[in-house]
Ligand binder design. Structure first.
Ligand SMILES: O=P(O)(O)OC[C@H]1O[C@@H](O)[C@H](O)[C@@H](O)[C@@H]1O
Length: 249
């Protein structure tokens, strides 16, 4: 049903890059923040400025992970260690929290001024899943999930949300750990083998694979089909509409 194996009763959708075209919005906000930081840091240390690569470095170290993990993992990849700071650090503080807050200001400004584009194939898939009686959750690392679901009108299709706020309040491990997807499956009282994961991020398909889910659908928006398969996707599509048309499986 819907391009999924029999026995699947629950769909667990990532948000940014799967349902909405916000992975690119996040990547641009990350670049704005990291480039400003890296320029200042290069000047302070007397080393050359090397800009953030919004494709390769974003995909490898940031995409799909909770915000602070993205800050930390990218800085570590460059051999940079900053103090953690605290969640209420101002956006100009040179701390992990300060940089995270600066990025959040940038992403929220972009969401509010440019709006959010919904992938039409994904909207159709959500509707078809609802009609078919499949249960539906959004499982995203983003603490801005509810705002994005509200402004796009997608909230009406979604029964459960496990997001960046849940990660903080419930002390869950973020993707690539499977914990957020497992928490969503548990809310419906199903075994992971009865749930399908839909993900565009390498960290996200890795989480789906690690959790033993019944199907991990990789959604390739940026030409990384092979990497998605290598990180644990059982099938890779460019758009969820392919599953409706029966092209994928
Ligand atoms: O900063 P937010 O909105 O809490 O989002 C955290 C992460 O959420 C993920 O969904 C995105 O793929 C990442 O790019 C983003 O950084």
């Amino acid at each position: 049903m819907l391009g999924l194996p029999t026995g699947i009763r629950v769909c667990l959708f990532d948000l940014d890059g799967v349902l909405t075209d916000t992975a690119a919005v996040h990547a641009a906000a990350w670049k704005e923040m990291f480039d400003r930081f890296l320029r200042d840091y290069a000047q302070q240390q007397g080393v050359p400025f090397r800009p953030f690569d919004a494709r390769a470095e974003y995909d490898a170290y940031v995409d799909g992970k909770p915000r602070m993990d993205g800050v930390r993992d990218f800085l570590t990849s460059r051999g940079i260690t900053l103090p953690e700071g605290t969640p209420d650090d101002p956006p100009d503080a040179q701390t992990v929290n300060g940089l995270g807050n600066r990025k959040n200001e940038a992403v929220q400004q972009r969401i509010r001024t440019d709006g959010v584009h919904v992938f039409e194939g994904s909207r159709r898939y959500l509707q078809a899943a609802e009609q078919a009686g499949l249960r539906r959750a959004v499982v995203s690392s983003s603490a801005n999930t509810r705002e994005v679901l509200d402004v796009t009108g997608l909230a009406q299709y979604v029964e459960e949300i496990v997001d960046g706020v849940t990660i903080r309040t419930d002390g869950l491990k973020g993707k690539p750990a499977p914990d957020t997807f497992l928490a969503a499956a548990a809310r419906f009282g199903v075994d992971p083998s009865e749930a399908a994961v839909f993900e565009d991020a390498l960290a996200g398909v890795a989480a789906g694979h690690a959790g033993g889910f019944g199907r991990v659908v990789g959604v390739d928006r940026v030409g990384q089909a092979e990497e998605l398969a290598a990180h644990g996707a059982d099938v890779v599509v460019q758009d969820l509409a392919e599953l409706l048309n029966g092209e994928a499986l």
